[in-house]
Ligand binder design. Structure first.
Ligand SMILES: [Zn+2]
Length: 541
């Protein structure tokens, strides 16, 4: 959920620009039921009058996904290159937001002036079209914000790595004061491989298959989609794209002219009529997402197509840490159908979109920054990247969420910590990660829920018995009698004896009834459930 902020000016009055507004994805353990997770922008919102612009480096969800959710709270001009802007516009339109503040930028030499900042977009190769680094010039020096990048001389779609341009960027003025640099693959010791190396192995693999071939990759990896489709065509197969995200990416890439020569493809309705050995599907769901096409196919018939013994399913992708369970579930489901599952274990069918350690070092050496702040990666990645920089005499610091860093001196130093938590998109509303909503949801999921209802009359006397309903709990426990009945009996006994000062007090009633329900369930099943106590009081006229 990338969201970087740069500031220039007197302390506390700096003019600000925002780089990227991304999301991350929830999981069942820590954020069940949540739809998306993004940075808490409360501080930016408070300082909205100081923000001059928002820049989006590329259209991956972790860089642009929060735009429709957070832009309405900031309402500042947004700058992005054509493809990224188009994806952003679709997101805003879907959220019913106008796109008049979204501006298409051409790459360097175009300069966008935003307050004291002069910003240029520099094409970099990555795993989505038109990724960009930003060169951010301020009166105090030049910052290079790499965005996500790799060094690829032949990326299939988009611009190759251009060492001449980077050399120029390093040489202008006083050089690069600060490099803020992708750290994702810092632990990969070999130089990264080009997207172009995949065509041979993929073409051979697909040509060797007898049955239907289904391949999955990230929907936004348009270059890979093209390589896969071409490999399929070379094997005499009709190509069919399945999954909304994938069709959208291909059409936006074609519409913005970043993708040309994509092989013709057939609609899903026609795919079922094509003989299996003449058919190749390219589908969404490389991360095991439950609703994506790959998961649907693993469960059975999808849009009239069913995978069978003799077919092949190819993951031209890697599993993002945390998604292993979903992917393995799909692999096993295909395996049970007799489908051959091929993944990237051998390193032949996927290359990463991020720079490996030797490539990162090449960029350090090319740009010769005075300081380096690692970004994009887990803390261990950024720490390693920082160590590499320090060992080369580049001053460095690991920035964690909310850390404001002063880069005016010779080395980065912490200036301030800003409250910067997480915001959840829950259904259609934004909530704070610490608001207690998800905490209560997790407690109910883990411990179950008991509802107690009591009616108290005008004279503070219970009207009839309390009644109890259970949710997410077994009906009977150790004793063999229904738990709800036992709680009701205990409550009846309590209410009979309880003094007026408890009966007339909502808080005391709540506490006492809750304790009884928890005691009974603890004895019966060894769990303390969440309890809701509803006390309805009849009012005298
Ligand atoms: Zn990316």
């Amino acid at each position: 959920m990338n969201a970087y902020v740069y500031g220039y000016g007197p302390a506390g009055k700096e003019r600000l620009i925002v780089v990227d507004l991304g999301v991350t994805f929830p999981d069942m353990d820590s954020s069940p039921g949540v739809d998306l997770i993004m940075a808490d922008v409360a501080w930016l919102e408070e300082n909205k009058h100081r923000i001059d612009a928002i820049f989006i480096t590329h259209a991956h969800e972790d860089h642009i996904g929060a735009l429709p959710h957070l832009w309405p709270r900031l309402r500042k001009p947004v700058y992005a290159r054509r493809f990224t802007a188009r994806i952003g516009a679709l997101k805003l339109e879907e959220a019913g937001i106008g796109t008049e503040d979204l501006h298409v930028v051409e790459p360097r030499p175009q300069v966008i002036e935003a307050g004291p900042f002069k910003v240029q977009f520099v094409p970099v190769s990555h795993s989505i079209p038109e990724s960009s680094a930003l060169v951010i010039d301020t009166p105090a020096g030049r910052i290079v914000h790499t965005g996500d990048f790799k060094l690829d001389g032949s990326p299939i779609v988009g611009e190759p790595f251009d060492p001449v341009m980077w050399h120029e960027i390093a040489g202008e003025g006083d050089g690069v004061k600060l490099l803020v640099c992708d750290s994702t693959n810092v632990f990969s010791p070999q130089p990264g491989r080009s997207e172009a190396t995949l065509a041979g192995p993929l073409t051979q693999l697909i040509a060797e298959q007898e049955g239907m071939v289904v391949a999955t990759t990230f929907a936004s990896n348009v270059a890979r989609l093209k390589t896969l489709a071409e490999a399929g065509r070379a094997a005499g197969r009709s190509i069919c794209l399945l999954g909304r995200a994938m069709k959208r990416m291909v059409s936006v890439a074609e519409e913005t002219a970043v993708l040309t020569g994509f092989p013709g493809h057939i609609p899903a309705e026609d795919a079922a009529d094509v003989p299996r050995h003449n058919l190749m599907l390219i589908v969404t769901g490389s991360q095991g997402e439950r609703r994506a096409a790959s998961a649907q196919l693993s469960r059975g018939k999808y849009l009239g197509i069913e995978m069978k013994d003799g077919d092949t399913f190819l993951f031209s992708s890697k599993v993002i840490p945390g998604n292993e369970r979903g992917v393995i579930r799909i692999m096993n489901a295909f395996s049970e159908k007799g489908v051959e599952v091929i993944d990237d274990r051998g390193g032949l069918y996927h290359v990463s979109g991020h720079a490996n350690r030797p490539d990162l070092e090449a960029v350090h050496d090319l740009l010769k920054p005075q300081m380096l702040i690692p970004m994009h990666g887990e803390h261990r990645h950024m720490r390693e990247h920082s160590k590499i920089a320090t060992s080369k005499g580049i001053a460095s610091l690991v920035a964690t969420n909310g850390m404001m860093i002063d880069i005016t001196g010779q080395a980065p130093k912490v200036a301030e910590y800003i409250e910067a938590g997480r915001t959840y998109l829950d259904g259609s509303v934004l909530i704070g990660a610490l608001d207690g909503v998800v905490r209560d949801r997790i407690r109910m999921a883990l411990n179950g829920h008991v509802l107690i209802t009591v009616i108290i009359d005008e004279d503070d006397v219970p009207l009839g018995d309390a009644w109890v309903e259970l949710m997410g709990l077994p009906e009977v426990g150790r004793s063999g009698t229904p738990i709800a009945d036992q709680i009701e009996d205990e409550l009846a006994e309590f209410l009979e004896r309880a003094p007026d000062k408890i009966i007339s007090n909502d808080d005391k009633m709540d506490e006492a009834l809750r304790r009884i329900a928890r005691q009974v369930t603890m004895e019966e099943i060894g769990k303390k459930p969440e309890v809701t106590v509803v006390v309805s009081r009849l009012m005298a006229d």
